[in-house]
Design a protein around this ligand. Structure first.
Ligand SMILES: CC(C)(COP(=O)(O)OP(=O)(O)OC[C@H]1O[C@@H](n2cnc3c(N)ncnc32)[C@H](O)[C@@H]1OP(=O)(O)O)[C@@H](O)C(=O)NCCC(=O)NCCS
Length: 179
């Protein structure tokens, strides 16, 4: 287990998670502002999970934390971290299956990952980026203490249209300020 919170375990993905990953990534509401299209077939999910399993949270590159609810061991979503080559910066992303949204689970999971990044891994800065229309994602980043640093106009061509992206940043000094 990588991280434990009051209600969640953040753990590595396992091969047996692929059907659940395919399930929530196939939800058009979940996929709406993401890089993949719904439906997300099982074969693609199996390949994705194999890649997640081969990665390491302390090495440069992407690592995907599976979010498991302790009460019933349900896989409810994931937190993705892209650690830079310098091991001092990262980008973060997050996805929750629709049935588990609006219960504070995303906040709890991302908060715990940020704590690991800043306290254990000693990062200097974490960035987050979202489609400007994705108010739930921007809201989560702001509740976590991220500062909106910019808006990239018509930055991404996604699902047939150009979209603006919001750029957020959080510094170690801000995360650790109450210590
Ligand atoms: C972005 C996303 C992760 C946000 O999830 P979320 O569940 O809204 O975020 P939180 O965990 O912070 O939950 C906040 C909500 O839970 C409610 N809540 C209920 N119990 C709570 C508790 N114990 N603690 C905190 N909040 C609680 C809050 O009141 C708030 O409700 P509201 O949205 O109606 O105001 C989610 O919308 C998602 O997965 N979207 C699809 C994928 C996506 O677009 N990802 C981002 C790509 S950039």
């Amino acid at each position: 287990m990588l991280i434990t919170t009051d209600r969640l375990l953040l753990r590595r993905f396992r091969a047996s998670d692929a059907p659940v990953l395919a399930g929530y990534r196939s939800d058009p509401e979940v996929a709406r502002y993401q890089s993949w299209d719904a439906p997300f077939p099982l074969l693609r999910a199996e390949t994705a999970v194999a890649n997640f399993m081969a990665s390491d949270p302390d090495k440069p590159g992407w690592f995907q934390y599976a979010i498991e609810r302790i009460a019933d061991k349900a896989l409810i979503g994931d937190v993705a971290v892209h650690l830079h080559e310098n091991l001092m910066q990262a980008e973060i992303g997050f996805t929750l299956a629709t049935a588990f949204q609006r219960q504070g689970y995303a906040f709890e999971a991302v908060h715990a990952v940020l704590d690991r990044l800043f306290r254990l891994q000693g990062l200097h800065k974490v960035a987050g980026e979202c489609d400007a229309r994705n108010l739930r994602s921007a809201g989560l980043l702001e509740r976590l203490g991220f500062t909106r640093e910019g808006r990239l106009r018509q930055q991404t061509f996604i699902k047939g249209e150009w979209t603006d992206d919001l750029i957020y940043g959080l510094l170690a000094g801000e995360w650790l300020k109450d210590e």
